[in-house]
Design a protein around this ligand. Structure first.
Ligand SMILES: Nc1ncnc2c1ncn2[C@@H]1O[C@H](COP(=O)(O)OP(=O)(O)OP(=O)(O)O)[C@@H](O)[C@H]1O
Ligand SMILES: [Mg+2]
Length: 328
């Protein structure tokens, strides 16, 4: 295959090249058009992968990790190979296997090898994105370690697989996730750069919900974002909802408004508003229960249920901001 493989410790090797036709600055500007905010994180991530480094993204769910990576690989013009880390992600699953029925007929050969995601990403110079990295078994991490350090792995009965220069390993994990996870070995940490990704501010989250939902009621979008963000500030909730919950809340509320013939507060309408006082807030509560009750993790040591917690958040929101309770 290619003879340009460099070791993981070589900073001047071909891993820094291969930015397609573009410059890193040009890619950065194009990727930024797919995202709301995130300028700093995007700069850090791009600088890291353009420098030829593998990276760990650490942050809660729904904080644009996949979105940034998909945009970078799309603009860079290289494959994006996705795998989910879990206890079943064995080294064989990651590397690949020989097609059993062909092996019976033809014996083992490089031709009847079915590449797994790692070999696919190495051969095509793609990003191997491993979500929930700390759920993968340790022998799988060791296989990755070799790929990171050597940019080459040995596959039994296939031979050496060399990585193209744009191959990267990007891992992600949720630092608050401690069920079924392992503490990563120091040898893994020592080979990865790390970028912490947190929640965005409320202005950015409103921008995301507007973009993803296509909803034209600023009031509904603002309420959806405020209610969702409030789930992250509660002592009785272990992990609140990401912006995904706000997007779902908004689109479900919009459909409920159609079904119940409720006019949203600031929605341009052809007919005069039919909304009765309180109808909008009740509709938001219903949408909120559907969108958020499965997404928040209430502290197991307390007896509260997601429904009780959400109703409290809803009452606080609409009581503290009474104007929100009035239509029009
Ligand atoms: N900054 C942003 N700009 C545009 N859309 C965003 C942004 N952040 C999040 N989103 C949207 O929110 C949703 C969740 O984002 P994404 O899938 O990238 O999160 P993630 O960090 O990969 O989450 P997970 O860890 O659960 O995989 C997607 O619909 C995405 O389009
Ligand atoms: Mg993701």
């Amino acid at each position: 295959m290619n003879g340009n493989t460099v070791s993981g410790d070589d900073i001047t090797g071909p891993r820094v090249t291969g930015l397609g036709g573009g410059t890193v600055r040009g890619i950065r500007d194009r990727v930024a058009t797919h995202l709301v905010g995130r300028t700093r994180e995007l700069d850090l991530l791009l600088a890291t992968v353009a420098a030829g480094r593998d990276v760990l993204l650490e942050g809660p769910p729904g904080t644009s990790k996949s979105t940034m990576l998909r945009s970078i690989t799309a603009e860079w013009g290289i494959p994006f190979v996705f795998v989910e880390g879990n206890a079943d992600l064995t080294p064989t699953q990651l590397v690949g296997h020989h097609n059993p029925s062909r092996v019976l007929r033809e014996d083992y050969s490089a031709e009847n090898f079915v590449p797994g995601p790692l070999v696919e990403a190495m051969r095509t110079g793609g990003f191997l994105y491993i979500e929930e990295f700390n759920r993968a078994p340790e022998d799988t991490l060791n296989t990755l370690l070799t790929a990171m350090a050597e940019r080459r792995i040995a596959v039994p009965r296939v031979g050496a697989v060399d990585a193209l220069p744009t191959f990267r390993i990007v891992a992600s994990m949720n630092p608050f996730d401690n069920v079924g996870t392992i503490r990563l070995p120091d040898s893994v940490h020592d080979r990865l750069c790390r970028i912490a990704i947190g929640y965005q501010d409320d202005v950015a989250e409103r921008g995301i919900v507007l973009l993803r939902s296509g909803i034209d009621s600023d009031r509904l979008v603002a309420d959806a974002v405020a209610l969702t963000r409030a789930t992250r500030d509660r002592d009785d909730v272990r992990q609140g909802s990401s912006v995904r919950g706000a997007i779902d809340l908004a689109v479900i509320a919009k459909q409920l408004a159609e079904i119940r013939e409720v006019t949203l507060p600031d929605e341009p309408s052809v007919t005069p508003p039919r909304t009765l006082p309180g109808e909008y807030t009740v509709l938001v509560l219903d949408a909120m229960l559907v969108a958020l009750s499965g997404r928040i993790h209430v502290d197991e040591t307390l007896s509260a249920t997601p429904e009780v917690v959400l109703r409290e958040i809803w009452e606080d929101h609409f009581l503290l901001a009474p104007a929100a309770a009035e239509p029009g």
